[in-house]
Design a protein around this ligand. Structure first.
Ligand SMILES: [Zn+2]
Ligand SMILES: [Zn+2]
Length: 641
């Protein structure tokens, strides 16, 4: 038989040859370093036979960043962990141990609970296994034999897995441990150059809270120690920037069981919130949006008309009126129904289109408790939402305007934007001609703006295609923020029309768009993106003045008054100047001004966040601050396009 190598060359092999045989045929070095074979695009164990005519690629220890190569390394590491745990804790039952993003875990049922302190001992045992050397062998057995085997070993979780497994049953053995596993696995433990256990957690068997809670041990492994070190440094940086931690440290917000998933905003967090609200209002005004306000509660019929009842009911909070028992109401999860009703409340003419209704009201979504995560996943959502009602001819120009707006915002926050176009799904409403048109309009707007985008075939909403806006933060993490959706259906469902130039009634199109996404989430992301060191224009406290002694207090307060409208604080607490400077640094305040005998309007002692020191005059200092605002009060900046 014959397979094709990545360079296009054919490789002759005896019938039934495995990936490892192919590697040996190419060279002994390659065979030694091989970890996995990609056969016809699928990941396959080296021990399994190749098929005649298929293209193959042999991955080796040099493919250290390849996700599949890392996957097989980490999966094999999970097996080593299970072997070590069984040796150290007689009577422990093993459950499952898959690789995950950035590592792996294994779930165990321990006879006695273990603690974080045990991880060191377990890790040492795994490292001993690696240095002693381990080889993996694979065998296929019948379901009955597998059941008998794991029953004899008193491994009830494995028995259950055998009973529910699909297809053939295979086992992998290394050292004195045999696991039920589909593979693939490494040939041996040599490629595991760095291994680390990273934590403990509780996890229900098969993710079901009615089942027994098991102990999950997390770990990770890499092909080089440098890669592990870099990964741990990234983790530490992410921990340092965690918005839940910084939210407390910077006194921005807190969460309480009194209202799960709904942040309580503190005065400093509110400064950030209001700054974003001002930005939203100002940019909407400049771009021809009008602010509207629609109710928070609607009756059930409204959601039936909008389609939310059929498609979104699990996320809706219902509210019972004490008077109208037969009429259910719900808190709005989205603004669209309200805006539809508003549009339909008057006769509309083509001359008035497009209508751009903007509203950032409170939305509620009944997210499951386990999914809640600080500000990033909440039940109480405030979107920078808008609905643009327009005619068919206006769509492209309006989408173009949304994209332009998005670019303006993301550049303002130094966030790198990525765009994805999602096209018609299998289940959809509307004709193919309509979809050709709406998809074409989104595509053409993206291309006219010169935007690179990827296409998610079949991932659009059931009523129309959409452009999703993703941002990459400073740690390289990607977040979905905004969305621009073109909808030909909801206006029809609400019976909306406008009078055209032809004196006929036409159904408007609507563009649903949110660019920052939810303010809660956006502030969470910004906090991590900036590590709490917010740019001057967003910082809750922009300047802090520290009077050196009692005698300088009046002058300090006087200076603060003359720095209005900037957000200035005077710290005249009894702490030493050094301690107060340190506090200012911890709170990441952009400018700290120390005011003592030597200072006057002609010469201020200014310390900048990040280390710079200077002695500007008051007017120079004010000029400097003014340069740090993305726009001047009263002045309208030009569009970025
Ligand atoms: Zn396995
Ligand atoms: Zn909407």
């Amino acid at each position: 038989m014959q397979v094709t190598l990545p360079d296009g060359k054919a490789l002759e092999l005896p019938d039934g040859a495995t990936g490892l045989d192919a590697a040996r045929a190419i060279g002994p070095k390659l065979a030694e370093q091989a970890v996995l074979v990609r056969a016809d695009g699928r990941v396959q164990d080296l021990r399994l036979p190749l098929a005649d005519g298929e293209p193959i690629q042999i991955l080796t220890t040099r493919d250290k960043d390849d996700p599949d190569a890392l996957y097989v390394l980490r999966h094999s590491s999970a097996h080593l962990l299970a072997e070590a745990v069984r040796r150290l804790y007689p009577g422990v039952k093993v459950a499952i141990g898959p690789p995950i993003e950035n590592g792996f875990y294994y779930d165990f049922d321990f006879p006695e609970p273990i603690t974080e302190a045990d991880l060191e001992k377990i890790e040492a045992e795994v490292k001993r296994e690696i240095s002693d050397g381990r080889e993996w062998s694979r065998e296929e057995i019948s379901r009955d034999d597998a059941r008998t085997r794991f029953e004899a070993e008193q491994e009830p979780y494995k028995v259950e897995l055998v009973d529910t497994a699909q297809g053939d049953i295979s086992l992998y053995t290394q050292g004195d441990f045999t696991d039920l596993c589909r593979g693939p696995h490494l040939q041996n433990a040599k490629p595991i150059k760095a291994f680390k256990l990273t934590g403990l957690a509780g996890a229900y068997w098969r993710g079901d809270e009615h089942n027994k809670q098991l102990t999950r041990i997390y770990g990770t492994a890499f092909y080089t120690q440098d890669d592990l070190d870099a990964y741990l440094a990234r983790l530490e940086e992410a921990r340092r920037r965690d918005h839940r931690r910084l939210g407390v440290q910077l006194d921005l917000f807190h969460l309480s069981e009194h209202s799960p998933g709904s942040p309580f905003w503190h005065p400093k967090g509110m400064v950030i919130w209001n700054t974003l609200e001002e930005l939203r209002k100002r940019e909407n005004r400049r771009r021809g949006y009008v602010e509207v306000k629609t109710p928070l509660l609607y009756d059930e019929q409204t959601y039936e008309t909008s389609g939310h009842l059929a498609n979104y009911e699990d996320n809706i909070f219902w509210v019972q009126s004490h008077e109208q028992h037969d009429r259910r109401f719900a808190l709005k999860p989205m603004n669209c129904p309200g805006h539809m009703i508003l549009f339909g409340s008057q006769l509309r003419s083509y001359r008035e289109l497009p209508f751009r209704f903007a509203e950032s009201s409170t939305l509620h979504r009944d997210e499951i408790t386990g999914a809640l995560h600080g500000l990033l996943r909440v039940k109480h959502i405030t979107q920078d939402d808008a609905h643009i009602f327009c005619s068919r001819e206006q769509i492209e120009e309006e989408i173009f305007g949304c994209l332009d707006f998005a670019y303006y915002l993301y550049e303002l926050f130094d966030l790198e934007a990525r765009f994805e176009l999602s096209t018609r799904p299998e289940k959809r409403v509307g004709t193919d001609e309509e979809w050709d048109f709406t998809e074409g309009a989104l595509r053409s707007a993206l291309e006219r703006r010169g935007i690179e985008y990827v296409v998610n075939e079949g991932d659009g909403a059931f009523y129309g295609p959409k452009i999703d806006l993703h941002m990459t933060d400073v740690l390289g993490r990607s977040w979905q923020m905004g969305t621009i959706q073109l909808d030909a259906q909801m206006p029809q469902r609400f019976g909306l029309t406008f009078m055209g130039a032809d004196n006929e009634e036409h159904v408007p199109y609507v563009i649903h768009r949110a660019l920052l996404g939810s303010l809660e989430r956006f502030i969470g992301i910004l906090t991590e993106h900036y590590g709490g060191a917010f740019p001057f224009w967003i910082a809750p406290v922009q300047v802090r003045i520290l009077p050196v002694g009692e005698d300088h207090r009046e002058a300090a307060h006087d200076l603060a008054a003359r720095l209005v409208p900037y957000r200035v604080e005077v710290d005249d607490s009894a702490e030493t100047v050094g301690k107060r400077i340190r506090n200012s640094e911890i709170e990441k305040i952009p400018f700290t001004v120390v005011y003592g005998d030597a200072e006057s309007d002609d010469s201020l002692a200014v310390r900048e966040r990040g280390g710079g020191q200077s002695n500007p005059s008051l007017s120079e200092f004010r000029d400097r601050l003014a340069t740090l605002l993305p726009w001047q009060a009263g002045a309208e900046p030009s569009l970025t396009s």
